[in-house]
Design a protein around this ligand. Structure first.
Ligand code: MG
Length: 254
């Protein structure tokens, strides 16, 4: 082979990982739940997300009044405020697919049987700054106990919780959800990236470039329109969080 073609091949090989990195990744919002036998934030939704080989499965965590972390989206279930209710009162409530509301411990035990999927751990806001930090500490302790640090990324709308994750797990990916801080402000807090709504990113499209220049990652939620997903990917989104993970994966496939 001529030297010229060898160097061309070499140059091509060097660009391949860059191309791979530039591709957006898909995160299943509240797990993959729009399918048979699944439900939002169920253990099945985590297993289904692993089966379709998306990057990550997002889930929502609240602390009960007696400090049991449980997986559920809304603040209330059956008119009970989760954070003001002891776990014993919540434990028999069923999700749409018949599973009980998972505790974080049960959810992580199920995650130990999956191999690749990242756990996109959303800590919901709690009543006080102290309670937010306490919830972050209890969460991190359990992730460490289950040895899932390498597969867990933390996200929160609450800045106290977000900062506590950064303090406790400086090597972990931690993202801020609330949308009011610029990439520069996020970077100054040592946060890995912005995880903002489509609305925010459409209003502040310059934040894609700003984030990239600062070495921050960009995740956009909750993108359920393939045309909008295309637009976000074109702008440079690293991650798309969506309720239709299989459709968005099809968009990204070469
Ligand atoms: Mg969430």
């Amino acid at each position: 082979m001529k030297l010229k073609s060898i160097s061309f091949l070499l140059a091509l090989l060097l660009t391949l990982p860059v191309i791979a990195q530039d591709k957006a990744q898909v995160i299943a919002h509240r797990g993959y739940w729009k399918c048979e036998g699944s439900a939002q934030n169920s253990i099945r939704s985590l297993e289904r997300a692993e089966e379709i080989k998306v990057y990550g499965s997002e889930f929502d965590v609240h602390l009960t009044s007696d400090n049991v972390p449980v997986i559920f989206h809304d603040d209330k279930v059956n008119n009970l405020v989760i954070q003001e209710t002891p776990y014993s009162t919540l434990k028999d409530i069923k999700l749409a697919n018949g599973e009980s509301i998972p505790t974080l411990r049960e959810y992580l035990e199920a995650a130990k049987h999956t191999r690749h999927i990242k756990l996109i751990f959303e800590l919901k806001a709690h009543a006080t700054p102290e309670r937010n930090r306490e919830a972050a500490r209890i969460s991190v302790d359990l992730i460490r106990e289950k040895k899932l640090q390498d597969r867990t990324e933390y996200i929160s709308f609450n800045l106290d919780a977000t900062k506590e994750f950064v303090r406790l797990e400086p090597k972990a990916a931690v993202y801020y959800l609330n949308g009011e801080l610029s990439p520069k402000e996020v970077k100054a807090l040592g946060i890995t990236g912005i995880d903002y709504s489509v609305k925010v990113m459409q209003q502040q499209p310059q934040w894609f470039k700003e984030a990239k220049e600062l070495g921050l990652k960009v995740n956009v939620w909750t993108v359920n329109d393939p045309a909008v997903a295309k637009e976000m990917i074109k702008q440079g989104a690293d991650f798309i969080t969506t309720d239709i993970p299989e459709e968005i994966q099809q968009l990204i496939k070469p």
